[in-house]
Design a binder for this molecule. Sequence first.
Ligand SMILES: Cc1cc2nc3c(=O)[nH]c(=O)nc-3n(C[C@H](O)[C@H](O)[C@H](O)COP(=O)(O)OP(=O)(O)OC[C@H]3O[C@@H](n4cnc5c(N)ncnc54)[C@H](O)[C@@H]3O)c2cc1C
Length: 468
Amino acid sequence: MTNYNAVTSEVVDKLKAIIGDKYVYTDSDKLETYSHDEVTDPRYIKMPEVVVLPVNAEEVAEIIKLANSYLIPIVPRGAGTGLACAAVPFKGGIVVSLERMNRILEIDTENMIMITEPGVTTESVQKEANEKGFLYAGDPCSGDSSFIGGNVATNAGGNKAVKYGVTRNQIAGLEMVTPSGEIITLGGKLKKDASGYSLMNLVIGSEGTLGIVTKIYLKIVALPKHTMDLLAIFKDLDSAIALAPKLMGIGVSPVCVEFMDNATIQCVEGFLREKLPHSADGYYIIVQIAGDNEEVLEDQCVLIDEIATEMGAVEVLVADPTVIWKARKAYAEADRARSLVFSMEDIVVPINKIPETVRYIEDLSKKYNVAIHCCGHAGDGNIHANILKDQHSDKEWEEILPAVQSEIYAMVYGINGKLSGEHGIGYKRVAALEKYGNPTEIKMMKAVKMALDPNLIMNPGKVISFDC
Ligand SMILES: Cc1cc2nc3c(=O)[nH]c(=O)nc-3n(C[C@H](O)[C@H](O)[C@H](O)COP(=O)(O)OP(=O)(O)OC[C@H]3O[C@@H](n4cnc5c(N)ncnc54)[C@H](O)[C@@H]3O)c2cc1C
């Protein structure tokens, strides 16, 4: 366990000397924004001591060197849309916000690489690529606000992962500042690289614990000419959820296969005040397909329609993408509007185990008399199960939540699943990873952390903890 030092006025003065007075925040009004991410449970809020907004890698490096010399934690921060409390400064220290590093630096159409700073929103990256006739395939539901650097640090998944993979699969290179303050580029404009350990891949998904990403080399691909969204509606959970694994082996290569259970649909409908089809008793599977040949896509639609109907779909619609994706993307906000305090679980299981996992969660909901709304990326085995506090008292919630979580995690690990498919471990799931994760794997993670960050200043208490 490390005893970190507090941020003194001397440290604040030195930070101001590095990046200028204007970009060092110490007023509580300004600090509040950085005291939480999208997790609204008051237990996961902590005011920073100081927030700094560097504008380039050199400034980041100076800040990290200063933090090492004073033994003060550093907490990197993107847009704060995280769902694992990974950007919250629980051990105090300096929050390094990347919001001013927000430029798209280059689009290299010959090498199919876009280079950006970390504070560009995911949506801006997508739009810029589209305007040049390319696709940036990273697509988390939070894309209108999350930063690309945050996506790298969390290895964000999203709505195109079935076909194109997660953020890791979109990265060709990174510039980063190491925990000792050196600036290094890992990878680059390369299609392949077998030159030693893949440190770049170690950094992707490390949630700010192994350094700060300051520049990103993103892969871009040709933009498909046509996209179609299908909505298959079922009247029972089992048939709906069984469609996802079925679609994987039919040669269609969907961009995504998303799932919304009935409780989620009703909650979203109430929140958006927009009528959704079969909302009284429907379960949705949303399938997106994309390609250059419209006729081929139409044939694929027919095939998906036939299979879904065979499996019990009461209706298969060519969906209006704006309506259906607005509904799909609003699920977390809708749950929050109903119950400010809720826990979003992010389990991932082999795709063919999704039906039994969702059924199991539904049974737990009845057993503990707690609402659990299931929604998510069924096509990559990633289910978001939102456990809602609703009318339960704080005392009841403190008993129900860990009990439900324990049962879910034990079940998931029993079928070779994991705690998080895309939101990460952050602070919220550290104890659970220690409990359910493979002990040798955790020992290796700690060894890597100790080797790269011997003072343990980079985002301490996240992913792994030396206090456990
Ligand atoms: C409505 C909603 C929908 C969402 N949908 C999805 C989804 O579909 N898929 C998905 O994967 N996630 C989703 N998320 C979660 C979240 O948006 C992602 O985890 C996102 O990648 C976080 O990016 P951010 O910029 O907000 O990072 P933050 O929340 O600010 O930080 C997240 C982590 O990254 C670290 N970090 C940030 N920037 C850097 C950097 N430059 N260098 C090093 N470390 C850094 C932080 O220290 C922290 O550990 C959703 C969230 C919301 C609220």
